[in-house]
Every structure is written in structure tokens, then in C-alpha cells.
Design a protein around this ligand. Structure first.
Ligand code: F6R
Length: 247
């Protein structure tokens, strides 16, 4: 696991976006695994800027997103499908049919999970998977629990995630209690993983992921067993890990 730090959030996003831009340029038919949340927004802005400047072409790219809230329609402005359309898909030349986000309103959620795994097997392997990290160490919506979930599954969101994500909703009671998420095993199949973290609030969990025990209580810690993970952190999020590395 490699750590790349940046002085600011903007610089961190530029660095991570460059890796994605290089991937798309070298392999126009790339499969990108994408994340939502506040941290990747600056990366998507960079990619949109490069597209507008004529430097990037998304016409053959395929994307698969990590997760979606259960109960929210694609038109709901809190859904992850809506987020991706707003921040990236509507702003670049990616064909909509090449973009995949789990269905938040499936008739049968277990069947949706099975079908999403099938889809990932059909379009994959993912060339680069972009990840954020929750304050509790979750990646996708794989919450701390007794095991590392292997496949796409239905998750009961933890209280800490509901509280953390309530900043996007008018009230915490409106945060959906369940989501569909790729499993840790699904995520680990990506050829290359970029994990981005920003702000002081992430410093301890970035340290725990990199130096603490590998345990399902810190789901991101399993990434240490992946051969190609780069952590991009701004100065605040990377502070504790950087201090440990320079000892
Ligand atoms: C979202 C996702 C989550 C977020 C994490 C961090 O698709 O998979 O794991 O990456 O909750 O969110 P932010 O970036 O808002 O701190």
C-alpha cells in the first residue's frame, strides 16, 4: 500500500485524477469503479475539466459504482445515481448505458445483488477502483462487522454512517437505513485501487487502515492484502500515517 500526500484537497484531487486520466488515455475501453461521497467530487471536477479541454474521451469507458441507498429512486437528489449524473456522467461523453449503479428500488434486493455481481463479472475486471473511506473504516458500504463480506449484498447502515451521512439530508431520520454495496471481495478483484481521504477527521482511520490490525472491524484494512493500492491523502488526513512512515 503506497501513500501519496498532497498539501491541499485540490492538489490531492489533481494527483488522483491524473491516474484516472492516464488510464482512460492508455486504454479507451477502461472499466472504472467509482465512488460517491464528498471526497471524490474534486476528482470528478478535474476529469470534467480535462474532458472540456478536449484531453479526455469517455465514449468507450464503462463505469460501475460501489453502492446505492435502498429506497431511493434515480431521480431522488440524494441517490448515488443522481450524484454520479450530476458530478460526472451528464458532463462528459460517456454513453449512459455504459454507466452502472445498483438499483435503489429493486423488487427483490437479494436478486439485485446477484445480478450486480453478474454484471461486474461480465464487464470486469475493473481496471481502477476509486474508493473513499468512512470514519469507521468502511469502504463502499461495508461496515465494521464480524467478517469481510465477499459479494454485493444488502447492508444495514451503522449508526455512525447514518450520522456522518445526515449532513447531506435535511434530517438524520431521512437517511436510508439500508444500501446495496459491492462486497470487499468484489472490490479486491479490481486490478488497481485508489483510495482518497481528506481532512483531519480521517487521519486516525487512515493510520488504522495502514498500520493497525487487519480486521473486519476496520474493513479497509484488508486492502493491505491487495497488490496495487495507492492512498491519496491531503495533509490533514495523511498526517498520522506520514508521521509513522517517517519514524
Ligand atoms: C460512497 C462510499 C463511501 C464513501 C465514504 C466516505 O460511494 O462508498 O464508502 O466513500 O463514506 O465518504 P466521504 O467522502 O463523504 O467522507
Amino acid at each position: 500500500m503506497k501513500l501519496i500526500t498532497a498539501t491541499t484537497y485540490e492538489e490531492m484531487c489533481q494527483k488522483a485524477a491524473r491516474v484516472l486520466a492516464a488510464q482512460i488515455t492508455l486504454k479507451p475501453q477502461s472499466v472504472l469503479g467509482l465512488a460517491t461521497g464528498s471526497t471524490p467530487i474534486g476528482i470528478y471536477q478535474e476529469l470534467v475539466r480535462e474532458y472540456q479541454e478536449g484531453k479526455l474521451n469517455f465514449s468507450q469507458v464503462t463505469t460501475v459504482n460501489l453502492d446505492e441507498y435502498l429506497g431511493l429512486s434515480p431521480e431522488n437528489n440524494q441517490s448515488y445515481r443522481y450524484f454520479m449524473n450530476q458530478h460526472l456522467f451528464n458532463k462528459v461523453n460517456i454513453p449512459k448505458e455504459n454507466t452502472h449503479v445498483p438499483n435503489g428500488q429493486p423488487q427483490n434486493p437479494q436478486e439485485e445483488c446477484r445480478q450486480y455481481e453478474e454484471l461486474l463479472a461480465a464487464v470486469g475486471p475493473v481496471d481502477i477502483q476509486l474508493l473513499g473511506i468512512g470514519n469507521n473504516g468502511h469502504i463502499g458500504f461495508n461496515e465494521p462487522c464480524g467478517h469481510f463480506p465477499e459479494f454485493t449484498h444488502v447492508v444495514n447502515l451503522s449508526e455512525s454512517t447514518i450520522q456522518a451521512n445526515s449532513r447531506f439530508f435535511a434530517h438524520s431520520s431521512q437517511v436510508p437505513r439500508q444500501a446495496v454495496s459491492m462486497g470487499i471481495g468484489t472490490i479486491m478483484k479490481a486490478k488497481k485501487i485508489l483510495l482518497v481521504a481528506s481532512g483531519q477527521g480521517k487521519a486516525q482511520i487512515v493510520y488504522d487502515m495502514m498500520f493497525g490490525p487487519v480486521t473486519p472491524q476496520v474493513p479497509a484494512s484488508l486492502l493491505r492484502f491487495h497488490p496495487d493500492v495507492t492512498v491519496f491523502a491531503d495533509q490533514e488526513a495523511g498526517a498520522l500515517a506520514l508521521a509513522a512512515l517517517s519514524k
